[in-house]
Design a protein around this ligand. Structure first.
Ligand code: CMP
Length: 147
């Protein structure tokens, strides 16, 4: 059974040739990119997307980071997409990932626990919620590319 997950290439992941490296890793691992949208998040959208972290000390810093430049939102599809994408991106803290998961995307393109270059839904339930957060209606005027 095919499953979908939400992936985000964060502002730091869109620098240099990281986007290409990340997309190559996505295709090499057998994912299909079914939707893709390059957007600039505003504060309200970032706060709402990360609402579950609103009480954390890093929340305002996270919102500032996620609004610091464009982000690439993608819906990825394959069998076991949620868990497989989480495995491919590696641990949240990119500086630790460089040691423990050197082949992971965060090790390759991330910097630290905040600037970790990519996001992945943490469960099938989160994936559904996060996908509909960004791709609710097709006529919203956003630059949605369907493949
Ligand atoms: P992500 O997987 O998108 O989910 C929440 C994000 O918050 C996380 O990646 C990091 O970018 C950021 N984050 C998580 N923990 C911390 C932390 N302790 N300090 C700063 N940022 C964090």
């Amino acid at each position: 059974e095919k499953e979908k997950t939400l992936a985000i290439i964060k502002p730091d992941g869109l620098y240099d040739n990281c986007t290409d490296k990340i997309k190559n890793a996505i295709f090499d691992s057998g994912f299909r990119i079914v939707k893709e949208m390059l957007i600039q998040l505003d504060e309200e959208a970032a706060m709402s997307f990360y609402a579950e972290h609103s009480s954390r000390s890093f929340f305002s810093s996270l919102v500032k980071y996620m609004t610091s430049g464009p982000v690439l939102i993608m819906v990825l599809e394959k069998e076991n997409a949620v868990a497989d994408w989480r495995a491919l991106i590696g641990p949240t803290d990119a500086s630790k990932a460089k040691i423990t998961h050197p082949n992971s995307i965060r090790a390759m393109c991330g910097l630290d626990i905040q600037k970790n270059c990519v996001h992945g839904s943490d469960s099938p339930q989160s994936a559904q919620r996060e996908i509909s957060f960004f791709f609710k209606e097709k006529s919203s005027g956003s630059a949605v590319t369907e493949h």
